[in-house]
Design a protein around this ligand. Sequence first.
Ligand code: CP
Ligand code: NVA
Length: 304
Amino acid sequence: MNLISIADLTSTQIIHLLDRADSWKKERSANKFAGPLAGKSLAMIFEKPSTRTRVSLETATVELGGHALYLSSGELQLGRGETVADTARVLSRYVHGITARVYDHRTVEALAQHASVPVVNALSNREHPCQILADLMTIRERFGRLDGLKVGWIGDGNNVCNSLILASALMGMDISVATPSGYAPAADIVERAKTIGDGCSLVEDPNDAARGAHVLVTDTWVSMGDEGEEAERLRVFGRYQINRELLEGASTDAIVMHCLPAHRGQEITDEVMDGPQSAVFDEAENRMHTSKAILEWLIAPRRD
Ligand code: CP
Ligand code: NVA
């Protein structure tokens, strides 16, 4: 079993993972270092920088009793031309799971195809499923439910947006995605979401996505790998900002989320990010608890 797309999970499996993440959050101090990954190792391949994903996965592994290896792709023989397939075969002889943060989604798919241990997508250009499990946990903590909530995405139709669209469809949330023309989420993902539920709409005006939303979400205008387009993106995305005026159009109990790292003053203002409706640091913390749920589920499944 792998976690490459958030849609690799059913809604029942998502609820199970969120329940387990809630338990790990409650039991954090009690279970430290004595958990289900005792004697197990996790290889974590990173082609791109990371703060949250690396630290949450590594700390989660250690707290579950396992050992995590941070492997920068440039320091592996991958960087000298060893194939992804051979890397997957060899790592599978040593470790019990592989996570990979990659530029090209096909790399993480190839790892999953050739590894004999579970592979987790730790962010590709197409999806970021680990982030979205933490987002769902955070939304459920705040509202006590997911079904029927209205989500507004403001900004780039990127990897995080793609996974959020699929997760919204799976969990019965309505999502309205506001992007500039030419920056819409992946068409096949939108189509897939529409086969699961009918709650996904694409708009251009950020106010349309924000209106009445329970959850407002944004992300950087310039994802890792898009740096060559930075000047153009900064020009095009100017009005796709979560600020006080936009938030005023949302539901009065709305929360604001951002996977981080944030570019304060661009996609989100300081006032909103540090304000009472911001859930961004709970969201970041929940990466740790959902990482535990993912690793337990894939590497050391419970029998209950
Ligand atoms: N949200 C997220 O994935 O952050 P990092 O890039 O720091 O891992
Ligand atoms: N969309 C961003 C997410 C960073 C966690 C990126 O891919 O760079």
